[in-house]
Design a protein around this ligand. Structure first.
Ligand code: FMN
Ligand code: SF4
Length: 396
């Protein structure tokens, strides 16, 4: 089943292995794919992955990530470069889905050059500058930005779009009572909290023929945040609005290592790549880093480490009829096979394993029993300063 040719949202795929959205840090200064990014995607396609979901691409100027070299799709000038990317991937008959995102509160006004925006001005501990609460007309503008970005994606040859509705970004904040404290038509009830996403899905469906997927955090650690019961209700509404597939993830950037789990905090990477630690004088780091390493084993990490969204994926799959993609700590072929055979998800997606082994799909098909990624999360820190790469538990 795992390695058999099948279809998702009308797209033929060679197998049920999907490369989950991964910010590559390889866009050019306009947010269009660089030659290196195109080569990376071509290599993934050549290596037999069933389908590629791109890293997140910003739909609005005020929705850009603070991480360098994020992809952007908020003007027409980038379409031709994106077309080169889809052409390179399509040579291997692999579908490629563009992930559309607005970073909301999870950016800094300084990094994006304008004040950041959010459904409500809730403090973000990593990005503490004040977010501007969106007005009615600004919300409609963001809906339009998502729809227009999808129109561009279709012109660029993408096979679908995936809305980034998780990990604490803008759409997650609208869906969750933690991030959404509004009492107008965009907040309060579950119906109101879903409104922006439903309007985006319907708008894209009206203006393109692309399948529309969403990635959600079915659960997070925030007080009054996402919980599986309400996530199931949200997914039912999104299906009714026309959503074609749901990828089930968890957590937010603020949750630390919940979305991508690890046994230990990658402390030396924190000190090298994360502000303010990265800017500490070297002499201070000489004392602070060993101290941090000493207390590191005492810092409680989310568990389990493996297959950590599968139960939530199953709960959602039982409630809807569209395909469910499970992501998060899935490494072993035997686990992938039983997740599919037991009806817990329809597709398996992976992120870090493909950073570690870009030709992973081919290796698994050829008998390698599991991914080699050790879930150290060094790659999750390097992206704050440099292009994404596997550091395999060691700052280089
Ligand atoms: C370096 C890096 C970049 C990521 N970029 C994105 C992204 O652009 N969009 C997204 O939805 N998730 C992103 N994620 C989260 C992953 O897609 C995935 O949900 C998470 O890492 C858990 O899956 P895994 O255990 O297979 O890595 C990123 C994770 C890492 C480590
Ligand atoms: S740095 Fe490499 S081994 Fe460590 S989590 Fe990232 S991809 Fe896996």
């Amino acid at each position: 089943m795992l390695f058999e040719k099948t279809a998702i949202s009308g797209l033929t795929v060679k197998n049920r292995i999907i490369r989950s959205a991964t910010h590559d840090g390889l866009a050019d200064e306009n947010g269009a794919p660089s030659d290196k990014l195109i080569a990376k995607y071509e290599h993934l396609a050549k290596s037999e992955v069933g389908c590629i979901i791109t890293g997140y691409a910003a739909v609005s100027r005020n929705g850009v990530s603070p991480y360098p070299r994020m992809m952007k799709i908020f003007d027409d000038s980038v379409i031709d470069r994106y077309k080169e990317l889809t052409d390179a991937v399509h040579k291997y008959e692999t579908p490629v889905v563009l992930q559309l995102a607005h970073c909301g509160r999870q950016t800094s006004s300084k990094a994006i050059g304008v004040q950041k925006v959010a459904p409500s001005n809730v403090l973000h501990t990593f990005y503490p500058d004040k977010a501007k609460e969106l007005t009615d007309s600004e919300i409609y503008k963001i809906i339009d930005d998502f729809v227009t970005a999808a129109v561009r994606a279709e012109k660029a040859g993408f096979d679908g779009v995936q809305l980034h509705g998780g990990h604490g970004y803008l759409l997650h904040d609208f869906l969750s009572p933690f991030g959404n404290r509004r009492n107008d038509k965009w907040g309060g009830t579950l119906e109101n909290r879903c409104r922006i996403v439903e309007l985006i899905i319907k708008g894209i469906k009206e203006q393109t023929s692309l399948p529309v997927w969403i990635k959600i955090s079915a659960q997070d650690n925030r007080k009054n945040g996402m919980r599986i019961d309400s996530s199931v209700q949200i997914c039912k509404r999104l299906e009714a609005a026309g959503c074609d597939a749901i990828e089930v993830s968890c957590g937010t950037v603020q949750d630390g290592m919940n979305t991508m789990r690890s046994r230990l905090m990658p402390m030396d990477a924190v000190f090298k790549y994360r502000e303010p630690c990265a800017s500490f004088p070297k002499i201070l780091n000489k004392i602070a880093l060993p101290a941090a390493n000493l207390i590191n084993p005492l810092i409680k990490q989310p568990s389990p480490l493996e297959n950590f969204n599968v139960d939530n994926a199953e709960a959602i799959r039982k409630a809807v009829s569209i395909p469910i993609i499970a992501v998060g700590g899935i490494h072993k072929v035997s686990d992938m096979q039983s997740i599919l055979a037991d009806g817990k998800a329809d597709f398996i997606s992976m992120c870090r394993p493909f950073i570690c082994e870009p030709d992973l799909a081919k290796k698994l098909i050829n008998g390698q029993p599991e991914a080699k990624c050790i879930m150290c999360n060094y790659c999750g820190l390097v992206i704050e300063k440099e292009p994404t790469r596997c550091l395999y538990g060691r700052v280089k």
